[in-house]
Design a protein around this ligand. Structure first.
Ligand code: CA
Length: 228
C-alpha cells in the first residue's frame, strides 16, 4: 500500500521538485500551494504524513499544525523552516509538530526524517487509546495535552515525543542510543547529552521532586526507565 503525503508549500519550484522526488520514492503525494487549501486537504484527506512549510499565504504553518491538533488529528507533521526561524522557536511553540528540517536541506536528509516519522507513527498505539496517568500527571494523546494536578504543562515538541515514547515503553530499559534513534530520528549533531537535557526538562516539569525522580528513573550505565 502506498503511503500518502500532503505537501503544503507555496514556492512552486520546491513544491514540484519535492513532490516529484517523493513520488519517485514510491509515495503518493498531494500538494497545496497556500495555507487555507492545505488545511482543508489535511482535514479531509487520510494522510500518513504532512510536510508543512511555515511561511504560507492565507494561513501559516504554525496555525495549521495547531488547528489540526486541536481538531484531534494525529497525523505526523514535518515542518519546513527557514534559517531565521530558530530551533527554539519552532520547538518551543506548543503546536504539536513532530519534527522540523531547516531550508535549504539535502533531499536524503528529508527522506530519512520522513522514514523515521512514518516508523514512529506505526509504533505509537498509545495515540489512539485513552489518556495515560502517572502520579498527578495526565497525558491526553488525542489532544497532545499534558496536565499536572489539573494544570496545563507546556512541553516542547521533542519533550512531548520523548514522554510519549517513555509511556509506550513503561518498565523497559531504554538506552540513550535507542532514545536518540527512536525519538530524534536521524538528526545531525544530536548526542546522548541531548537526551539527558530533555530528560532533565521533563523531570522539572512532571516530577514532584525532580532531584529524586519517581517516574523517569536513571539506570546507571544503561540509560533510563519509565516506572510502571
Ligand atoms: Ca513559504
Amino acid at each position: 500500500m502506498k503511503r500518502r503525503m500532503l505537501l503544503i508549500e507555496d514556492e512552486p519550484g520546491l513544491r514540484t521538485t519535492l513532490s516529484d522526488r517523493l513520488r519517485k520514492e514510491g509515495y503518493e503525494v498531494d500538494t497545496a500551494a497556500d495555507g487555507e487549501s492545505g488545511f482543508l486537504k489535511a482535514m479531509e484527506g487520510d494522510f500518513d504524513l504532512i510536510i508543512l512549510d511555515i511561511m504560507l499565504p492565507l494561513k501559516d504553518g504554525f496555525d495549521i499544525c495547531r488547528d489540526l491538533r486541536q481538531k484531534g488529528s494525529n497525523t505526523p507533521v514535518l515542518m519546513l523552516t527557514a534559517r531565521d526561524e530558530t530551533v527554539e522557536k519552532v520547538l518551543g511553540l506548543k503546536i504539536g509538530a513532530d519534527d522540523y528540517i531547516t531550508k535549504p536541506f539535502e533531499t536524503m536528509e528529508l527522506l530519512a526524517r520522513i522514514e523515521a516519522l512514518l516508523r514512529r507513527a506505526v509504533r505509537s498505539p498509545s495515540d489512539n487509546s485513552g489518556p495515560a496517568r502517572f502520579g498527578s500527571v495526565q497525558v491526553d494523546f488525542r489532544r497532545a495535552e499534558v496536565t499536572k494536578d489539573g494544570k496545563p504543562v507546556v512541553l516542547s515538541a521533542k519533550e512531548y515525543q520523548l514522554l510519549r515514547y517513555f509511556l509506550s515503553h513503561r518498565g523497559e530499559t531504554l538506552s540513550r542510543q535507542r532514545l536518540l534513534q527512536e525519538v530524534w530520528g536521524y538528526n545531525v549533531g544530536t548526542s546522548s547529552r541531548t537526551v539527558d537535557v530533555h530528560v532533565t526538562w521533563l523531570r522539572q516539569k512532571l516530577e514532584d521532586d525532580p532531584k529524586q525522580p519517581r517516574w523517569i528513573v536513571t539506570l546507571h550505565g544503561l540509560g533510563y526507565k519509565f516506572a510502571e
